[in-house]
Design a protein around this ligand. Structure first.
Ligand code: NAD
Ligand SMILES: NCCCC=O
Ligand code: NA
Length: 504
């Protein structure tokens, strides 16, 4: 049994640069996914706390110490946050692992990505200073025009539990880089490290109200944020069902949203691959990293028929090497599902697949050696048809379903046979074929001979029911900028659209 030797700090809400008890004093228990025990609690914000946080954010925008900062000044804060994240990396990784069940190895990886995202957006914040005002030459003597890029205002950031601090950072870092004042509402299933981000912001002296962190239940803390009239934009990452609720509520105020939603991404494997084991490992990583709780998980394996049995045989051998244990244990490569609710959902998907006539090739149950905790074996499901729920719906767990194909056209049809459009992967040594699939795949993310690598510089997001808008890269910064045109009439001549009355 791993000994976390880390204390879970007891926090309040982080509002206006200080810790504040929720108005209603409610708190939510933290339940360990690995032991099913209560290991702490988080404050539960309600509408009243949202009002207080929005006022603090608006005050920050009105004050010079945040509202009038240059990108270079904001970059200093972002770099200081990145440095603190790295200073506390080991502790933050353990807290993340304790909270959401992610393996310590992956949690540490995430903390590096968190720091890198703050650093990246510090660079973009600095670059913004020279792009704030961009002249546009119309080649007309009578007009002088330019475009202004300015902070959107107060932004609500609502994030999920599968990469708690990283998904929050994908929104907080660009929002602060742009000069917005942000209110972060992380998932009630995993908020510990997001609250520690508040402590880090306090320690680096981020001006009060620039970032506010409200933990709590979606309907109680998230919904009031969405419908608040003084919140100028909502950036959401989470399930499609919640995305629809948020978009509907925001529509009442014509409030802009970006939605990063779910997925049921394909990985298409052709028989011309040079290295079978490499393709097998990417297939495993693409579906079983983070116990499959990944929006872009390539959870539909579409295999060319000629290599299907050899590939699956190899896959089963590799799966046997996956260490399932307490996520804090060294070399753990599959931890528990985040909560009892999600755990039951995953098992129900597997049971439904069986009922519908699919075959559980491996896994499908609790691992025998894990008597406690929300553990599900890495599961492969075959004999799947396209009308089955397991083919159509996002499981958000360690479950890979498999179909075979003969021709390229069949592979494309199967790959795109989904209401989602987040990511796709293709494994083939034929570069021209991969280029053809780039055009054919109806997704926002394409991986060639790999699955999942994610880089801060590249746009992240999907199409169809995977939502719209892009996190990361310069596209992530655009989410938090208002584009303003300024047009000046510089001529002394009359506009002469109307007939001038006689001179008085
Ligand atoms: N596209 C991506 O980049 C991406 C990344 C990670 C997760 N996801 C998706 O997120 C889902 C899993 O995350 P989850 O279970 O936390 O999703 P979720 O939709 O249940 O919750 C996401 C967030 O929304 C809040 N929320 C819930 N109801 C709300 C409401 N009515 N109004 C406002 N906020 C509300 C929750 O408290 C949480 O903070 C999966 O579908 C996964 O695919 C997508
Ligand atoms: N690699 C980052 C995936 C984020 C979605 O779950
Ligand atoms: Na948790």
């Amino acid at each position: 049994m791993a000994i976390p030797n880390v204390r879970i700090p007891s926090r309040q809400l982080y509002i206006d640069g200080e810790w504040r008890e929720p108005v209603k004093k409610n708190r939510i228990p933290i339940i360990s996914p690995a032991t099913e025990e209560i290991i702490g609690e988080i404050p539960a914000a309600t509408e009243e706390d949202v009002d207080i946080a929005v006022e603090a954010a608006r005050r920050a925008l009105a004050r010079d110490d945040w509202g009038s900062t240059t990108g270079a000044q904001r970059a200093k804060y972002l770099r200081a946050i990145a440095a603190k994240i790295l200073e506390r990396k080991s502790e933050l990784a353990k807290l993340e692992s304790l909270d959401c069940g992610k393996t310590l190895f992956e949690a540490a990886w995430d903390m590096d990505d968190v720091a890198a995202s703050f650093e990246y957006y510090a660079d973009l914040a600095e670059a913004l200073d020279s792009k704030r005002k961009t002249p546009v030459d119309l080649h007309l003597d009578s007009f002088k025009t330019y475009v202004l890029r300015e902070p959107l205002g107060v932004v609500g950031l609502i994030t999920p539990w599968n990469y708690p601090l990283l998904m929050a950072t994908w929104k907080v870092a660009p929002a602060l880089a742009a000069g917005c004042a942000a209110i972060l509402k992380p998932s009630e299933l995993a908020s510990i490290t997001c609250l520690e981000l508040g402590e880090i912001c306090r320690e680096v002296g981020l001006p009060p109200g620039a970032l506010n962190i409200l933990t709590g239940l979606g309907p109680e803390a998230g919904a009031p944020l969405v419908s608040h009239p003084h919140v100028d934009k909502i950036a959401f990452t989470g399930s499609g069902a919640t995305g629809v609720k948020i978009m509907t509520a925001a529509a009442q105020l014509v409030k802009p949203v970006t939605l990063e939603l779910g997925g049921k991404s394909p990985i298409v494997v052709f028989d011309d691959i040079d290295n079978l084991d490499l393709a097998v490992e990417w297939t495993l990583f693409g579906c079983f990293a983070n116990a499959g709780q990944v929006c872009s998980a390539t959870s539909r394996l579409i295999l060319q028929e000629s290599i299907a049995s050899e590939f699956l045989e190899r896959l089963l051998l590799w799966i046997k090497n996956i260490k399932i244990s307490d996520p804090l244990e060294e070399d753990c490569k599959l931890g528990p599902i985040v909560s009892s609710g999600q755990y039951e959902k995953v098992l129900k998907f597997i049971s439904k697949a069986k009922d519908e006539g699919a075959t559980i090739l491996c896994g499908g149950e609790r691992p025998q050696h894990m008597k406690k905790g929300y553990y599900v074996q890495p599961t492969i499901i075959t004999d799947v048809n396209t009308s089955m729920e397991i083919w159509k719906e996002e499981v958000f767990g360690p479950v890979l379903c498999v179909k075979t194909f003969k021709t390229e056209e069949e592979a494309i049809e199967l790959a795109n046979d989904t209401k989602y459009g987040l990511a796709s992967a293709i494994m083939s040594k034929d570069v021209e074929r991969c280029e053809r699939f780039t055009k054919a795949f109806q997704t926002g993310i394409i991986w060639f001979n790999c699955s999942q690598p994610t880089f801060t510089q590249l746009p992240w997001g999907g199409r169809k029911r995977s939502g719209f808008g892009r996190d990361l890269g310069e596209w992530g910064l655009e989410n938090y900028l208002n584009i303003k045109q300024v047009t000046q009439y510089t001529s002394v001549e009359p506009w002469a659209f109307y007939k001038s009355p006689s001179k008085v």
